[in-house]
Design a protein around this ligand. Structure first.
Ligand code: 5GP
Length: 343
């Protein structure tokens, strides 16, 4: 674990509100007026829960993170947590929400996330260098119309930040809700606007038809893809196109979609049988009480990787970031410098 803590890392699969630490949550709850009975449900987490129970946690978190000021604060806290875990590049995803009580709109939510990224950068210019990008999320439990609104705003903010901060769109939300294929038009709209696509799919069993349709989009990365390896029809597309999988081992175990034995997690099949690109991520480090170092330690352990192989794997993630070529070159330099000084 110590080696993984010191290793420079890339985090590409982190949902903002699921990533709040207990410290951040305690701080917010102490301020009230949020009902304190929430605290017992969400603090000291990390137990195994069903997917539905997991989504109930998000509902509670959304009742706490209700204003642009809070969004700025929690975003900065989450960036700090990742920076302290030696994450050098972070793509943070989050669903813009309208909150009537505070007057927060999807637009002011997104502005708040971007403000936090910029402020963190200004306040930490010399220390803890971390590059952060934002992927606005489409929540599949909400309407297709809302998805279009989110994509439109993503497009607008991508342009106003010269493509430097909003680099793509995430498709997530309760995998049991609605038909994922209904959200293909907004995702195509994002693609036309030069936004990358990170798409959750096949996270639960029995979604073969939906997965097939989502794959026609040729997403840039797949979130989880837990049940793809069981389905030759879809599996072959992913293998042939070498679409990277974002793997979140602890999250999958705690939401009971994979066995508890790490060596039986689907990523071992993709890596060992096909050397397929897989990117280690936390998903919701707060809810699942994990860290990216911990996820690397588990994943490298399951594959029996040496230090050099683990380093190469963390460096390989640079190939799949949504940022521009210059950022990728800078990151590769950081990795090479690290290896030279730690030989
Ligand atoms: P937020 O978008 O509010 O920052 O982060 C929480 C949201 O991310 C959840 O409401 C849900 O839409 C999405 N999310 C977080 N974890 C998962 C996951 O494991 N699977 C899916 N499909 N969506 C998730």
């Amino acid at each position: 674990l110590k080696f993984c803590q010191e290793l420079p890392k890339i985090e590409l699969h982190a949902h903002l509100n699921g990533s709040l630490s207990d410290e951040t949550l305690n701080k917010l709850l102490r301020r009230g007026p949020t009902n304190n009975s929430y605290a017992s449900t969400i603090i000291g987490k990390g137990e195994r829960r069903t997917m539905q129970e997991g989504f109930e946690m998000f509902r509670i978190l959304h009742e706490i993170v209700v204003s642009p000021e809070i969004v700025v604060e929690v975003t900065k806290d989450v960036i700090t947590d990742f920076a302290l875990d030696q994450v050098k590049y972070l793509e943070l995803r989050s669903t813009p929400r309208n909150v009537l009580s505070s007057g927060m709109t999807k637009r002011s939510y997104m502005e708040a996330v971007l403000t936090a990224i910029q402020r963190y950068r200004e306040e930490n210019e010399d220390r803890c260098r971390i590059d952060v990008r934002y992927l606005p999320s489409i929540d599949r439990s909400k309407s297709v119309e809302e998805a279009h609104e989110t994509v439109k705003l993503a497009e607008e903010f991508s342009l106003s930040t010269n493509g430097n901060l909003v680099v793509g769109v995430d498709f997530s939300g309760n995998p049991h809700a609605n038909d994922g294929a209904d959200y293909i038009p907004p995702m195509m709209q994002a693609r036309r606007a030069n936004l990358h696509l990170a798409v959750h799919m096949a996270e639960v069993e029995g979604k073969k038809e939906e997965t097939k349709k989502l794959l026609e989009l040729l997403p840039d990365r797949i979130g989880h893809g837990t049940f793809i390896s069981n389905e030759p029809g879809v599996r072959d597309v992913v293998l042939k196109k070498r679409i990277p999988l974002e793997v979140c081992v602890t999250s999958n175990i705690k939401t009971c979609t994979v066995p508890e034995d790490h060596t039986k997690h689907h990523f071992t099949w993709w890596r060992q049988e096909h050397q397929h690109p897989c990117i280690v991520g936390t998903d919701d480090k707060g809810i699942f009480a994990t860290s990216l170092s911990n996820e690397y330690s588990i994943a490298a352990g399951a594959l029996g990787l040496s230090r050099r192989e683990t380093f190469n794997w963390s460096k390989e993630a640079i190939d799949h970031v949504f940022a521009d070529i210059d950022t990728k070159s800078r990151l590769r330099q950081t990795w090479d410098d690290y290896w030279k000084s730690n030989l």
